[in-house]
Design a protein. Structure first.
Length: 463
C-alpha cells in the first residue's frame, strides 16, 4: 500500500486526501491551523458569509424601487438600516468552525489519519512533525504533497495590531462597527471587503496604487464596479500608494507616498500574500522555489524533487481554493497511477464577490488585445434583460469570446448579481469547446439572467 503524507489541511490538502484514500493509499494529513485551512477558517468561507449579509443589506436598501417599504410598530416609515457586527462575526466564525468539522468528519470516514502539528521535509520521502501536544513524530512516505498555503503580506511600515489595523484574517474579531474604514489595496481581496463594508452602511475609503479598482480583472468589468462603488458613496483614491499605516488611540492614519493622509477608525491591509514555505526543509530535499518563495510545480503538481508534489497558494499558480483542490487531486492521480489531465488554467472560472459580482473564465480581453489569441467578442448589457429590470438591476453585462471561423467559445465575463452562478454555462462551453451556436441553442428560462448568456452567444453567429 502506498503511503501518502500531506502537509497542510486546506483545499489542496483535504481534497488530495480524499482522492488518495479512494485510490487505496494509506493517507496522513499533517495539519497545523485547523482542517479546511485559511479557505475555510479565515478567508473564503468567512468572507463570503460576511458578504452574504452585506448583499442582504444592499437588497433591503434598494427595496423601495421594487415597491417595498419598512415601518416600525407604530406604522412610521423606517428609513435606516443597521448591522450588529458582533452578531454577524459570531455567525461567520461559527459557520467556518462547522464547515471545518464537516470536512474533518469526512476525512475520518475515508480512513484518513490527521496529525496535529507542523510538518517539515526530512528528505523527499520523510516528514518530521513537531506535534501540537509536544514531541515529534516521523512519517515515512512514498509520496508527499505540500499544501501549506499562504499568509497575508504586511510591511514594516504597516503592521497589524489585530484591533484597528487589520489583515483580512483579523476582521472577524471586530465587535464594534467602524465609523470610517480605510482599505489599502484594490485587488480582489481589497475590493471585496470594501464593497461588503460599504453595503453594511459603513463609510469606506479604498486606497489603490493603480489607476483603477481591480487592475488584474477585465477593464470593462472593473469600470462598471468602480462606477457603482463611487455612486454608492465610496471614496476611491486611485494612483495612491501607501507609505505607512499608524494608530493613535481610536484613529488610524494612512500616509501616502505623496504626503497626503487619510484618517479612519479602522484599516484593512489587502497587500497580497506570501507563501508559507519557510522552515519546511525544501532546499535540503531538493524542492525548488521561485524568487517570491513559491514552490515551483509543473502542470501535474510535481516539484523538482522526485516524489514531492505541491498544491495551492504555496505554489502561487492561481490563488483560488478551486485551483488548490484541483492541483491536489491531480497530484494524487499522477502519484498513484490513475488517469490524469494536466492543469489547464484557461479553463478556470473565477469570481470577485463584490456588488455586483465579476465572474470570468478562459481567455481574457487583455490577452485578445495583446494578440495572444485571435477571438471575436460581443458585449451585451444587462439593462435590456427582462429579469434584470424586474429585480431592479441596472449595472452589468455578459461578454463572450469565440474563435473566428470555428466559433468555439474560448472565454467570457459576467458582471451581475450572482455572476458566480451565471458563469457556469460559459465555463462548460469553454471546457468542452462548444461553439457559440451550441451555447445559444441550449434552452434558457424566460425571464432569466442566464438568457443574456444565450443572447450574447446568438450575436456571435455567422451565416
Amino acid at each position: 500500500m502506498d503511503r501518502v503524507v500531506i502537509v497542510g489541511g486546506g483545499p489542496g490538502g483535504y481534497e488530495a486526501a480524499h482522492v488518495a484514500a479512494q485510490l487505496g493509499a494509506e493517507v496522513t494529513v499533517v495539519d497545523s491551523d485547523g482542517i479546511g485551512g485559511s479557505a475555510v477558517l479565515t478567508d473564503c468561507v468567512p468572507s463570503k458569509t460576511l458578504i452574504a449579509t452585506a448583499e442582504l443589506m444592499a437588497d433591503m436598501a434598494d427595496a423601495a424601487e421594487l415597491g417595498v417599504t419598512f415601518s416600525d410598530h407604530r406604522g412610521d416609515v423606517a428609513t435606516e438600516l443597521s448591522v450588529d457586527l458582533a452578531l454577524v462575526n459570531a455567525r461567520v466564525k461559527q459557520l467556518a468552525t462547522d464547515q471545518s468539522a464537516d470536512i474533518a468528519a469526512r476525512l475520518e470516514r475515508d480512513g484518513v489519519r490527521v496529525v496535529r502539528g507542523r510538518g517539515r521535509l526530512d528528505g523527499a520521502h520523510r516528514v518530521v512533525v513537531d506535534l501540537a501536544d509536544g514531541g515529534q513524530e516521523t512519517l515515512e512516505a512514498d509520496g508527499v504533497l505540500l499544501a501549506t498555503g499562504a499568509a497575508p503580506r504586511t510591511l514594516p511600515s504597516a503592521q497589524p495590531d489585530g484591533e484597528r489595523i487589520l489583515t483580512w484574517e483579523q476582521v472577524y474579531d471586530l465587535t464594534e462597527v467602524p465609523t470610517h474604514l480605510v482599505v489599502v489595496g484594490s485587488g480582489v481581496t481589497g475590493a471585496e471587503f470594501a464593497s461588503a463594508y460599504l453595503s453594511l452602511g459603513i463609510e469606506v475609503t479604498l486606497v489603490s496604487s493603480r489607476d483603477r479598482v481591480l487592475p488584474g480583472e477585465d477593464a470593462d468589468a472593473a469600470l462598471v464596479l468602480e462606477d457603482v462603488l463611487t455612486r454608492r458613496g465610496m471614496n476611491v483614491l486611485g494612483q495612491s500608494r501607501m507609505e505607512s499605516v499608524t494608530r493613535d488611540g481610536g484613529t488610524v492614519t494612512v500616509t501616502l507616498t505623496d504626503g497626503r493622509t487619510v484618517e479612519g477608525s479602522h484599516c484593512i491591509l489587502a497587500l497580497g500574500s506570501v507563501p508559507n514555505t519557510s522552515d519546511l526543509g525544501l532546499e535540503e530535499a531538493g524542492v525548488a522555489v521561485d524568487d517570491g518563495g513559491f514552490v515551483t510545480v509543473d502542470r501535474v503538481s510535481r516539484t523538482s524533487a522526485r516524489g514531492v508534489y505541491a498544491a495551492g497558494d504555496c505554489t502561487g499558480v492561481f490563488m483560488l481554493a478551486s485551483v488548490a483542490a484541483m492541483q491536489g487531486r491531480i497530484a494524487m492521480w499522477h502519484l498513484l497511477g490513475d488517469a490524469v489531465t494536466p492543469l489547464d488554467l484557461k479553463k478556470v472560472s473565477a469570481n470577485v464577490f463584490t456588488a455586483p459580482e465579476i465572474a470570468t473564465v478562459g481567455w481574457s480581453q487583455n490577452a485578445v488585445d495583446a494578440g495572444e489569441i485571435q477571438a471575436e467578442a460581443v458585449t451585451l448589457p444587462l439593462s435590456g434583460n427582462a429579469r434584470a429590470k424586474m429585480q431592479g438591476v441596472h449595472d452589468g453585462f455578459v461578454k463572450l469570446f469565440c474563435r473566428p471561423g470555428t466559433g468555439i467559445v474560448v472565454g467570457g465575463v459576467v458582471v451581475a448579481p450572482r455572476a458566480s452562478e451565471l458563469i457556469h454555462a460559459v465555463s462548460v462551453a469553454v471546457a468542452e469547446s462548444l461553439t457559440a451556436d451550441q451555447l445559444a441553442q441550449a434552452f434558457t428560462v424566460y425571464p432569466s439572467m442566464s438568457g443574456s448568456v444565450a443572447e450574447a452567444a446568438r450575436r456571435l453567429h455567422h451565416v
